[in-house]
Design a binder for this molecule. Sequence first.
Ligand code: SAH
Length: 223
Amino acid sequence: MIKYPNSAFEALRGRGLTSQRSRDRMVNAIAEHPAMDSRVLQAMRIIPRHFFMEEALSASAYENTALPIGEGQTISQPQVVARMSSELLRSCSMKKVLELGTGSGYQTSILGLLCEEVYTIERIERLQRTAKERLTHLEYRNISYKIGDGHQGWPEQAGFDGIIVTAAAREIPQELCEQMNIGGCLLIPVGETEQLLMKVIRTEDGFDISELANVSFVPLVKT
Ligand code: SAH
């Protein structure tokens, strides 16, 4: 975990529409939903979301919407990021967590504050390179990066407590389930035009699957 505040975060506090007041206003609106965890909300108050997108869009950074990050991809809606992070925190240990779909790196930056170790996979090299530069600038040292198809997970690092998928799969990939520890939790949006956020918990004798909410994500592309 990183020490906050460090000077890199301080330098990115922003002003006007990117100021602490704007961040607080966004988080206060999200906090009205009962499923949100206070540690996640605190992380979102600290992290400069405007740093994870092109400067031209920064005036919209603290609106509760997904925004384009290039390559036809989006930085996820803050409310959904908060919901998924809260659910993960509540459901499993946060020692070793895998994220599929690094994208802008914003969700990664939240996990980096809450987890001991974060592993993140992205299929588009350019996006992950930029995300890594941002996270390195913010002095995160507990994040490992990989380019590839997340459907396969990260077998060499298997033994995850949590897995969070930030793109929509057609079905729950068995490989991901198998890479979790007992007690581990997988959160994954499933479906094509209409998607459901699903939660899979690995138990001693199998997997418990439940449905959490309707969501909207870009597709998890199979390569
Ligand atoms: N968490 C990101 C969300 C980015 S959108 C953020 O908040 O910015 C989803 C990302 O998943 C995109 O960057 C997309 O390129 C990536 N993606 C899609 N299919 C993938 C796959 N099979 N493996 C890894 N990443 C994938």
